[in-house]
Design a protein. Sequence first.
Lengths: 221, 364
Amino acid sequence: MSPEMINLIAASTGETLYMVAVSALIATLFGLPLGVYLATSGKGELFAAPWVNRVLGLIVNATRSTPFIILVVAIIPFTRLIAGTSIGTNAAIVPLTIAATPFIARLIEGAIREVDQGLIEAARAFGATPLQIVLKVLIPEALPGIVLGLTLAIVSLLGFSAMVGAVGGGGLGDLGIRYGYQRFMPEMMLAVVVVLIVLVQAVQSIGDRLARRLNKRIRHA
Amino acid sequence: MNAPLGYIGNTPAQRLIPAQPIVRLEKVSKTFPGRDGQPVTALREIDLTVPQGSILGVIGRSGAGKSTLIRLVNGLEKPSSGKVIVDGADIAALPEAALRHARRSIGMIFQHFNLLSSRTAAQNIALPLEVAGYDKADIRTRVEELLALVGLSDKRNRYPSELSGGQKQRVGIARALATKPKVLLSDEATSALDPETTRSILDLLARINEELGLTILLITHEMAVIRNIAREVAVIEGGGIVEQGNVFEVFTRPQHEVTRSFLADESGRALPPYVQSRLTSEATPGSQAVIRIGFRGPHATDPVLARLARDLDIEANILSGSVDEIAGRPFGTLVVGVPETSVSTTLDFLKKHGLDTEVLGYVA
């Protein structure tokens, strides 16, 4: 493999990591409160607002059912508004964030719903406010599940980021398509796939290990 | 009685003052919207008072409404009608913020402990104090006191998954006592524990009642819990209280069918199987009447059968019997068979001696 190729791969890996990291961060910032709210605003729950819950649920589902490549194209005007341009790595972060936010919200909703209802009852019984219940009971208790959810979301974002080559987003997926596929360089394709496998493995095992460390439900030897 | 109940201002002398009710339920009803639109009545017209410093046990089968009842006391459920007065305040009428404040003086423990798995024993106990806004130093001292009180000082840094069921419930009790409540609600707190652990948890609750003067309202489906710890008992069935009184009275003279069925498993009340299987409700010539005799308090040790034989020449056949202690007082039960022809003389004789009698049936 030539040094140019290695440089290309390194640069693309950097772009992918940048896009995934920034979009995962922003999506978590929005997705965490959204997920907590979805998990606590149903009928008879802490912040009961069944109609708001239903409408938010619909929006989340609609966003999640839009194929990513269509989302990328469809929101180009919005992307231009936010990022100032519709092409390039920074521009790609906008659709990645928008796709990941509802996904993360659903994963966090699931993790929060896993928390034993008895804990909410106990916290209410000793006089905790709904906000205190969220911050001191639900999120800490759901943390291992939240970490696993975020791990899954980051792995999915690595996959999504391969598609933003369509708007000049760059990254490993783009490299694989342009060199490996269009220029008939199978070794480049192979290299891209190998790097992606390593990245996914690394993210997954870090996430698993962190979740296990945080999970006090299981006895540690 | 304005001094806060807790570790101070609660000398035995104060406890001798005629007990004021600290919890009072007045004509409380609760209906839930049912699945098919028909409202389901969980509680109807409940009147219940819990005197300050007492231990009152509410016993009932599952679905009798006892869980709803206990949740009304700290406002986790709102009554459909009626009043729930705790320490002078109508819990049902309090706005949310005032209710949260009132809950700090009403501790609660649960069947499944409901401890946070992500917090250690000490951190779990600290949680109600953090929520109430205590400062860090105060929390630390208070948590140490509580750990010592429940005998878990050496387990302060253990997570609930590293503790046994009994230890988890001790953490639950310490957590419930953290904000120095006046009332402790116990929701089937020993139902998930083995008999020996149950015993030790009940002993702890009795000690807390004694030492801190804490009023305890507990619900259970086990008569043994009532007998071991409660002074007052209320029997709940179909959303209503069917019988209520001090434990000795209710145990020795149960009035309601449900109470009797709860007591049936208690020692001395169950008939031996060979009698039970042959029991009929009609007397036939030559059959024997099976009579249960209850000996209460001073009569518990009377040699009444010997007198029956000597004075009336009636020979009673002993089928089963036991002498027990309920709420600190001796209580004996004897099941005897007497010839069907001398039933009325026997009953008269026993009643004259101040004994409780009940004809259970006849065996050929």
